[in-house]
Design a binder for this molecule. Structure first.
Ligand SMILES: [Zn+2]
Ligand SMILES: [Zn+2]
Length: 235
């Protein structure tokens, strides 16, 4: 029997090919039907976000990595696989994590998100500058200059949908996380939080808001300045 969490994980991993168990769950569970509709709606937006030439070899690598559990590999387009690959696997955290929060909690939630995904600092994923630029563009940010070297990009569950989780290395060699959250408006112009040695700053921008997360307040100040100088937000 598929539970809500399993259902959502499966839906995110391969939105168009649900197992019989997942389909049965969906017919019984209004919340998961709603979730499913939301993901289907987001799919078009996600496809647009990935409307860039897929880096050479990327689709093959994704398909190979996923072959063990994948269905219908042959039928899926490379773009669909690229999309599926960006979807978070640690959905368990995101699902609970963003559920109850007030508008004052944006920076703190961004830190908790990062703390639950330590692999984002040790793995390389979709480290493609062109894809990063395109994701930023679709979110409403025009990059005037590079922020540094992109190391990791992933779509993660965030309030009301999915957001981009990006890790990059500044020209000074400092690691910084940037999280793009669509559809949520901030009341204030900036919000800062410090939790467990991490520090974060959230600001309105693009389709919602973005948060910068670093390990030291000094780095945070520098990276915040860098993002403000090098990204021009529309809207
Ligand atoms: Zn459910
Ligand atoms: Zn994430």
């Amino acid at each position: 029997m598929t539970n809500c969490l399993d259902f959502r994980r499966e839906k995110l991993a391969d939105p168009r090919h649900l197992s019989p168990g997942a389909l049965a769950h969906m017919s019984d569970c209004a919340a998961c039907r709603g979730f499913s509709a939301e993901i289907n709606e987001n799919e078009a937006q996600l496809a647009a976000a990935l409307d860039v030439p897929v880096p050479e070899g990327l689709a093959e690598r994704i398909v190979l990595r996923r072959r063990a559990g994948a269905r219908n590999v042959a039928k899926a387009s490379p773009r669909l696989w690229a999309m599926a690959a960006t979807v978070v696997l640690t959905f368990a955290f995101g699902f609970q994590q963003w559920k109850d929060f007030s508008s004052q909690d944006y920076a703190r939630l961004a830190i908790e998100h990062v703390m639950h995904e330590p692999e984002s600092f040790t793995s390389t994923r979709l480290a493609d500058p062109q894809l990063f630029r395109s994701v930023m563009h679709n979110f409403g940010g025009e990059m005037q200059a590079s922020l540094g070297k992109v190391r990791f990009m992933k779509l993660c569950p965030v309030p009301d949908g999915t957001g981009w989780h990006i890790v990059f290395e500044t020209e000074q060699g400092e690691l910084a996380t940037l999280i793009l959250i669509p559809a949520k408006r901030m009341q204030s112009q900036r919000e800062q939080a410090t939790v467990g040695g991490w520090t974060a700053l959230a600001r309105p921008g693009g389709q919602g808001y973005y948060a910068v997360i670093t390990q030291s307040p000094e780095t945070l100040g520098k990276v915040d300045e860098l993002v403000r100088q090098r990204v021009r937000w529309r809207g």
